[in-house]
Write a protein of this length. Structure first.
Length: 298
């Protein structure tokens, strides 16, 4: 995918990034997030640029949600608060991942919840004015704190298993950076750079804007589009890296890249070439070869 073709995903990713740094302002009432599942499988729906799940609150209608590893909080469209008669349980402080802009949002309880056909119990979500072109909000992979989440998008599988030695990968885990699943990718000069796994981003690779003159490119980076976040718009630059980039088991030769913001992001085209194992409770993850599901989930 060209940098220009991934511009739409850049916009969507930034919208998701605002929820990625949402911290409680007031404590939620007891009852939220008390009955999460330990094991099971989540039904995913994929398009070239999206990973979606269907959400149902109680016996209500099915609602499409973005399934996002690049956000540590759930969000729903503000219109659903009245429509579903959701209970407000507090407030969250939302930080724009690209600008640092802060705003306060209501936090609501989603009870008797089903995600991708799997009963989830009760969780909380920030209510925002969401872009409803194809979804009604974001469901974060960080929700599943009682389980290991094996995400193998090549086979369309999202499998939850118990957090124990029998299902834990044998390899050493990678600690989260800034509260999100991370990989230390190897750059062409042999140095490493922490990057977030972001299924809400349909581009392959995005690097911080500060690296635009530090990464070897086949030709100088050029403007390939525009981004929009909570409080700012700006140019998106793109180019092609000269050399090899390694991301876990994935080797990229002369990959295309965009430059945006201050963090590196790994998007869907690359995530679909590996298995990501998430331990949200311990803030760590594993990066495995594709198809590396636990035995019970094969």
């Amino acid at each position: 995918m060209s940098p220009a073709a991934s511009l739409c995903a850049v916009l969507l990713s930034l919208a998701g990034a605002t929820a990625a740094n949402a911290q409680p302002v007031t404590d939620p009432v007891d009852g939220a997030r008390t009955d999460l599942p330990v094991a099971g499988e989540i039904t995913l729906f994929q398009s070239p640029g999206r990973v979606m799940v269907m959400m149902r609150v109680g016996d209500g209608d099915l609602l499409p949600m973005v399934f996002d590893t690049g956000s540590d909080g759930n969000t729903i469209d503000l219109s659903l608060v009245d429509r579903l008669k959701l209970e407000k349980i507090g407030e969250v402080q939302e930080v724009d991942g690209s600008t640092g802009h802060v705003r306060i949002l209501p936090s609501v309880a989603l009870r008797d919840l089903t995600i991708g056909g799997l009963p989830v119990g009760s969780i909380d979500a920030a209510a925002v004015e969401y872009d409803r072109n194809d979804a009604m909000g974001i469901f974060s992979s960080e929700t599943f704190t009682r389980s290991l989440l094996y995400l193998d998008l090549a086979s369309g599988r999202a499998v939850l298993t118990a957090r124990d030695a029998a299902t834990r990968p044998a390899q050493a885990p990678v600690d989260y950076v800034d509260g999100l699943p991370t990989v230390h990718m190897v750059m062409p000069d042999g140095s490493t750079l922490a990057a977030h796994f972001d299924t809400g981003f349909d581009g392959a690779l995005s690097l911080p804007l500060s690296m635009i003159d530090k990464v070897p490119l086949e030709r100088p980076a050029e403007v390939v589009g525009r981004f929009r976040s909570i409080s700012q718009e700006g140019d998106v630059y793109g180019g092609r890296i000269k050399g090899t980039v390694r991301i876990g088991p994935v080797v990229l030769e002369n990959p295309e890249v965009t430059f945006l913001g201050d963090i590196a992001n790994i998007g869907l085209p690359i995530i679909r070439k590996l298995t990501l194992v998430i331990d949200a409770e311990a803030d760590r993850n594993w990066v495995l070869a594709p198809g590396s599901l636990p035995e019970a989930g094969q």
